[in-house]
Design a protein around this ligand. Structure first.
Ligand code: ATP
Length: 514
């Protein structure tokens, strides 16, 4: 069995080899944590966007979409708190000169204790078989109890240090529990410092006094400053939501793990405006809805979990993450936050404009509360790729790599393959594509043996291969091959549309959401 690290390495090279993700400006040796999507990557990404967008804007009458600019008036970021508080605590190892996020080092330390405990539990479960009582074991086993109490102790100190923004406290945890740098293996750490994650640039020429502006670190603020425009022009009534997909930029301190943590990335956010006091019920509603959205993809329900925040952001009164099990552990793909009236209240204060909502039912004006769902497009892409990537040994010892992508998201829906390059088969294949291409992304491939062509399509996750042979010319039938079980079926060309549509339409996913 390959280690998870090896699996991840293979996935990264697969993404490159098959046109999903390339390092940015690779001929100049790339740019840290910036990536480009290739010909298959962009199709997958667009399909994820469509799945998200339609699930918000088509399925909910009270959710409207917008597309705000990346640049915003700089006061926006003062009001949102990002100028003063959008920081990560960083720490350097003096020997390797590598930089880390202090909070991430401590989270990894906690995860190590969890792993130790889990190992003991798994070992005992194996030993005792059917009669194993996990709860009793956890509360009585000496080694588990010791590790658990150590973990609780670290956790309590961690939460306290975060809540008090106590940088020395964070460093003390790293020192007391002898966290070492994975590169140098030493404990020679600098102090912990705060680092603002926003990128800035200048607008206008210097002669006329250039203005310092920021590249937005989240898309949400474009929604907040427009909420009343949308509400009034769309005649929306509370509760209602505004959805947006767009780029965000963060000067991440530690940018490793491929497209998991990028400096330029894309977010899909929806801010839902509610009456004050009703936010908790909507928070629960959207938690449920969003988890369903993820699970409908069929990547495995056990790969998801909620993780409540250790420290609430300055604007939140409840927050949870949806985590997905990646090859390097459970990691956040989406945040669901109850942001109170912090943002709207703050924009009202800084702008001096009245942006209250008038509620005709209550006959009163108020600042709405906001529940947001904020998902990273690139992280979703990565989680789907990681779950889909499968190596299989076939009968006869042959191996294949197949991307078991949800068919609705697959970059190519059908490949049409003439068995030979003559006797009118290529023309027939083109004719089939011409009929299907209005509805499905199709490719034509006539090069190499049919087996090799199947492998190429497996590697990019194409759900269907359609083979055209001599019999096709005689009776208008083709062989349809299914990606996952590799079964083949002979059927009339006229049946192709309904079969492909039945398997790849997003409707199948949407029906699971409501
Ligand atoms: P993290 O703790 O991993 O830095 P975060 O809690 O700061 O993430 P949010 O501000 O809640 O993230 O952003 C919402 C979503 O945007 C995240 O769930 C994630 O999917 C995505 N996201 C945030 N930062 C990045 C990044 N640097 N690269 C890719 N996606 C990101």
């Amino acid at each position: 069995m390959a280690s998870q690290e090896e699996v991840f390495k293979k996935l990264v090279s697969h993404c490159k080899e098959y046109g999903f993700v390339f390092p940015s400006s690779e001929i100049y040796d790339g740019l840290g944590a910036v990536y480009d999507y290739g010909q298959n990557g962009v199709e997958l990404k667009n399909n994820i966007k469509k799945y998200w967008w339609d699930s918000m804007v088509l399925l909910n009458e009270n959710v409207a979409g917008i597309d705000a600019a990346i640049f915003m008036h700089p006061t926006t970021w003062k009001a949102s708190g990002h100028v003063d508080a959008f920081n990560d605590p960083l720490i350097d190892n003096k020997d390797s000169k590598k930089r880390y996020r202090a909070d991430v080092l401590i989270e990894e330390l906690l995860a190590k204790y969890d792993e130790k405990i889990q190992k003991e539990v798994d070992k005992a479960a194996k030993r005792f078989g059917e009669s194993f009582d996990e709860a009793v074991f956890r509360s009585t086993n000496q080694r588990v109890l010791e590790n658990q109490s150590r973990r609780d102790e670290i956790h309590a100190r961690f939460v306290k240090a975060l809540n008090e923004s106590d940088l020395a406290g964070l460093k003390a945890i790293i020192e007391d529990y002898e966290v070492v740098c994975p590169i140098s293996g030493t404990k020679n750490w600098t102090d912990v410092r705060q680092f603002n994650l926003m990128f800035s640039t200048e607008m206008g020429s210097t002669s006329e006094g250039a203005m310092k502006i920021y590249l937005r670190p989240e898309t949400a603020q474009g929604i907040f400053v427009n909420y009343l425009n949308v509400q009034k022009t769309g005649r929306m009534k509370i509760p209602f939501g505004i959805a947006q997909i767009g780029k965000a930029f963060r000067n991440e301190i530690v940018a490793r793990q491929f497209i998991f943590r990028m400096r330029e990335f894309e977010q899909m956010e929806m801010q839902f405006f509610v009456r004050p006091g009703e936010e908790m019920q909507w928070f629960e509603f959207w938690k449920d809805r969003r988890l369903k959205w993820h699970k409908a993809l069929g990547l495995g329900d056990h790969k998801y979990r909620f993780h409540d925040h250790e420290k609430l952001a300055h604007y939140a009164n409840a927050a949870t993450d949806i985590e997905f099990e990646l090859p390097f552990g459970f990691k956040e793909v989406e945040g669901i936050h109850s942001r109170t009236d912090f943002d709207l209240g703050s924009h009202e204060k800084y702008s001096g404009k009245n942006i209250k909502y008038f509620d005709p039912e209550l006959n009163q004006s108020y600042t709405p509360y906001v529940v947001e769902t904020s998902i990273g497009l690139d992280r979703t892409f990565l989680s789907i790729m990681a779950a889909a990537y499968t190596e299989e040994t076939l009968e006869g010892g042959d191996r294949r790599v197949v991307l078991k992508l949800p068919p609705a998201l697959a970059p190519v829906k059908a490949a049409v393959l003439p068995l030979v390059k003559k006797d009118g088969l290529p023309e027939k294949a083109r004719e089939i594509i011409d009929n299907l291409k209005f509805d499905f992304k199709c490719v034509y491939d006539e090069k190499d043996s049919i087996g090799k062509r199947y492998r190429r399509q497996d590697a990019i996750g194409t759900p269907f291969c359609i083979t055209v042979d001599h019999q096709t010319i005689e009776d208008n039938t083709v062989t349809l091959r299914f990606r996952d079980n590799m079964q083949q079926e002979r059927l009339p060309i006229d049946n192709l549309y309904s079969i492909i549509d039945g398997h790849t339409s997003m409707k199948q996913l949407f029906k699971k959401l409501l």
